[in-house]
Design a protein around this ligand. Structure first.
Ligand code: PLP
Length: 374
């Protein structure tokens, strides 16, 4: 049975070149980057060359890139230090943020008694910028945290506009860019932004490594203590092979962006066409012009079959997701879809199909055939 992986917003297959580079670093460059001997210096240069390469791709300076263990850690760090050290009194976010942001803010609210305001989300999953402007007219030290691309429905934030709105209102701006880095061109110098986070396993790199962009002189303090790594901002011996793998993955995503985007975009259009033919009353959750890698659809199956769909597809070797990665398999409705669907529609089956350049038309055909047999 051919297995079909259509859950690329959860995680992605590693590129062979990434595995090769990581294996090489693990084998040859095993020194501790903090050691002053040649083994240490070589490992240190792997880390610093990776940092430079990543910084260049997102158009930041190398000192502004800090390696973390994942996107979740980086979100926790930025939000917590903003409140604890930068004396942020209010966080403005949306109800469709990833739980790495939502739950962190919930805890910070309890711990520090900060004000938390939710910006309105339109029915198509877009952030209501008029409401954001309204919220920011209050005179209180604010950080805005809005994700660039939503991991469940693929809606894209007008990030430059949001950055300018924050700038005009003296608010700090943080963006979870876990779903956009490696898939969209990112130019951090053209956006008034203070913080952002990314995660390697979403762009065909290894799990357990991510990075944060921390604008120069932002005053952010570390979450952990114990070493001078990452200029003391993120102590702990650097995971050299992970860092090298992440840099390699981002370099390849960047170099192949145009061709891979065209290929994936074509697959997505083909998928929509096939769904239109086979399930004429299906609906797209969110906007139809979301990111090219994600399609979230509401399928016209009766309630009795709803619970069985993922299981049925899994039996046929097809991996898709219901809602976000962390929720797949859970019976709770997605918090993102809950913001935009009626309670009736929420009971119907929605599938998140997320694509990568490794997918083919045959994968889509197998998915459609499997869906038809339910
Ligand atoms: N933010 C978004 C938008 C995500 O999609 C994810 C992963 O599902 C995360 C954060 C968490 O990233 P990580 O798996 O690196 O902790």
């Amino acid at each position: 049975m051919k297995k079909v992986y259509l859950d690329n917003a959860s995680t992605t297959q590693l590129r062979p070149e990434v595995i090769h580079e990581m294996t090489r670093v693990l084998t040859e460059d095993y020194g501790n980057p903090s050691s002053t001997h040649s083994f240490g210096r070589i490992a240190k240069s792997v880390v610093e060359l990776s940092r430079k390469s990543i910084a260049k791709i997102v158009n930041a300076s190398a000192q502004e890139i800090v390696f973390t263990s994942c996107g979740t850690e980086a979100n926790n760090w930025i939000l917590r230090s903003a409140v604890r050290d930068l004396k942020i009194e209010r966080i403005v976010l949306s109800k469709i943020e990833h739980h790495a942001v939502l739950y962190t803010v919930e805890h910070l609210k309890e711990e520090f008694d900060i004000q938390v305001d939710f910006v309105a989300v339109k029915h198509n999953g877009e952030i209501d910028l008029t409401d954001l402007v309204d919220l920011l007219s209050q005179d209180i030290k604010t950080l805005v945290s809005l994700m660039h691309v939503n991991n469940e429905i693929g809606s894209i934030l007008e990030i430059e506009k949001v950055g300018r709105i924050c700038e005009q209102h003296n608010a700090l701006f943080h963006s979870d860019m876990v779903q956009s880095v490696g898939k969209l061109e990112i130019d951090l110098k053209s956006i008034p932004i203070h913080f952002m986070v990314a995660s390697a396993h979403k762009f065909h790199g290894p799990k357990g490594i991510g990075f944060a962009f921390i604008k120069k002189n932002s005053g952010l303090k570390p979450l952990f203590y114990g070493g001078e790594q990452e200029k003391g901002l993120r102590p702990g011996t650097e995971a050299v092979h992970q860092i090298a793998g992440m840099a390699k993955a981002l370099e390849l995503s960047d170099a192949n962006l145009e061709t891979e985007r065209n290929h994936i975009q074509e697959l997505k259009s083909y998928l929509v066409t096939q769904l239109e033919i086979e399930f004429p009353v299906f609906e797209i959750n969110g906007t139809s012009d979301g990111i090219y890698t994600i399609l979230n659809v509401l399928l016209p199956f009766p309630d009795a079959k709803t619970a069985m769909i993922l299981f049925h597809l899994d039996m046929k070797g097809i991996a898709v997701s219901r809602g976000s990665a962390c929720q797949s398999g859970s019976i709770k409705p997605s918090h993102v879809l809950a913001e935009m669907l009626s309670s009736d529609d929420l009971k119907k089956p929605s599938l998140r199909i997320s694509l990568s350049h490794f997918n083919t038309k045959e994968d889509i055909d197998l998915l459609i055939t499997a869906l038809k047999s339910i």
